[in-house]
Design a protein around this ligand. Structure first.
Ligand code: NAD
Length: 375
């Protein structure tokens, strides 16, 4: 699918128009109403964690526990036993444990500065918007939403409340991914010609990820989004032409509602072509490879919670690259929470604000359209 100049401008215009508003409003409001708590160790942003599944309980909360500028101050869950257990572990009183029905009462809890949304994809918009309406900043998991319209509403709600909105693209802050960007931007790789990327896993039956209503789509929204986002941060460009295919190979009942496989190519304005694959039908290492005129680099793995590994070869000087991340999970989450907390405390724009999530949602909609699917 090729975008005419007018279509391309329209796609980005929606984004750009929304872009300037929330940051201005957020910094204005911050001066008036910041509730960030001054503790003995300095200012810390209090997070209400919404949804206590794997990403929240096993990664985000332990990450926050290790952080200097963030703390967990409230929980939202539909499972009282799980919530009580986690509340005890994090030293939270019963009054800071909410259900989905009592969620809006976080408005009255001064210990809650921000919410972290770790819910199934289709619930991100509602719970982000309700948080903004309760006067709280929002750190929302990827994918931002399950429609472009919802993404726009989330940005508008945070802007109206004068609060910040960040999408949890943790690898945009991860050192080996940043090193790959630096090698490209510095010219060490020469002119980039092509990028390959993949990310996928063999999904089990019964996962909410296979339910279109909850997930919004299949592997593209869940894990393919890492490849899509990487091609955008590696090139620093937005795609101009998109062509995609999807398929179901395993007719075993898992893929009645969402795609099993999705493959797409994107041509960027400079001429770089990116080829990406994502699946729920088999294990694909989350990786990317970037081919330049003066060298090649690969990040394998590129997107998981620890152990990112950059290898490559710069032809000038016959230089071999071999740089592995040494930090352990939940370091990505500590860094991400502290980045967002710093933005809240200092009135700065997060690295991946709502507009960044909206851009991915717009391209996901185009990839699905090209593959004959809908978001
Ligand atoms: P999960 O299934 O482990 O947790 C989901 C939580 O939502 C559970 O606590 C569940 O009880 C709750 N929930 C509330 N209403 C529900 C409903 N109607 N159906 C199912 N669950 C419901 O999922 P997860 O792997 O933690 O994923 C949560 C979000 O985090 C997703 O949007 C996912 O894309 C994102 N995620 C991000 C990363 C990352 O590295 N940034 C990694 C994994 C997941």
């Amino acid at each position: 699918m090729a975008f005419t100049r007018r279509e391309f401008t329209r796609l980005l215009a929606g984004t750009a128009a929304a872009c300037s508003i929330p940051h201005l409003a957020a910094s204005r409001a911050l001066a008036q109403t910041s509730t960030v708590t001054e503790t003995a160790g300095g200012k810390r942003v209090g997070y209400c964690v919404v949804g206590l599944g794997r990403i929240s309980a096993d990664h985000f909360m332990p990450g926050v526990r290790a952080s200097a500028r963030s703390r967990v101050t409230a929980l939202v869950s539909g499972h009282p036993d799980k919530a009580r257990k986690l509340a005890a572990q994090y030293g939270l009183p019963d009054s800071s444990v909410y259900t989905y029905e009592t969620y809006d009462r976080i408005r009255d809890n001064p210990e809650v500065d921000a919410v972290y949304i770790g819910l199934p994809n289709s619930m991100h918009a509602e719970y982000s918007i309700r948080a903004a309406e309760a006067g709280k900043h929002v750190l929302c998991e990827k994918p931002m939403s399950t429609s472009v319209a919802d993404a726009r509403e989330m940005i508008a709600a945070s802007a109206k409340a004068g609060k910040k909105l960040m999408i949890a693209y943790r690898v945009q802050l991860e050192p080996t991914n940043l090193r790959a960007i630096e090698l490209i931007r510095s010219g060490a790789l020469g002119s980039v010609q092509a990028i390959e990327s993949a990310n996928g896993f063999n999904i089990s039956k019964g996962e909410w990820r296979l339910n279109k209503k909850l997930a919004g789509g299949g592997p593209l929204l869940d894990v393919g989004i890492y490849s899509l986002n990487a091609t955008r941060y590696l090139t620093g460009e937005e795609p101009q032409h998109i062509s995609a295919y999807s398929s179901v190979i395993d007719h075993d009942g898992r893929f009645d509602e969402v795609e099993e496989n999705i493959s797409w190519t994107m041509k960027f304005p400079s001429g770089i072509v990116a080829s990406c694959n994502s699946t729920y039908g088999g294990d694909m290492d989350g990786y990317y490879r970037v081919h330049g005129s003066k060298g090649v680099l690969q990040l394998l793995p590129a997107f998981i919670y620890e152990g990112e590994h950059l290898t490559g070869h710069l032809y000038e000087g016959d230089q071999h690259l071999d740089e592995a991340a040494k930090e352990k999970d939940p370091a990505h989450f500590t860094r991400m929470a502290d980045h967002f907390s710093t933005c809240v405390i200092e009135g700065k724009t997060p690295r991946s604000p709502g507009e960044e999530g909206l851009r991915d949602m717009s391209w996901i909609a185009e990839i699905y359209k090209s593959a004959g699917l809908s978001l």
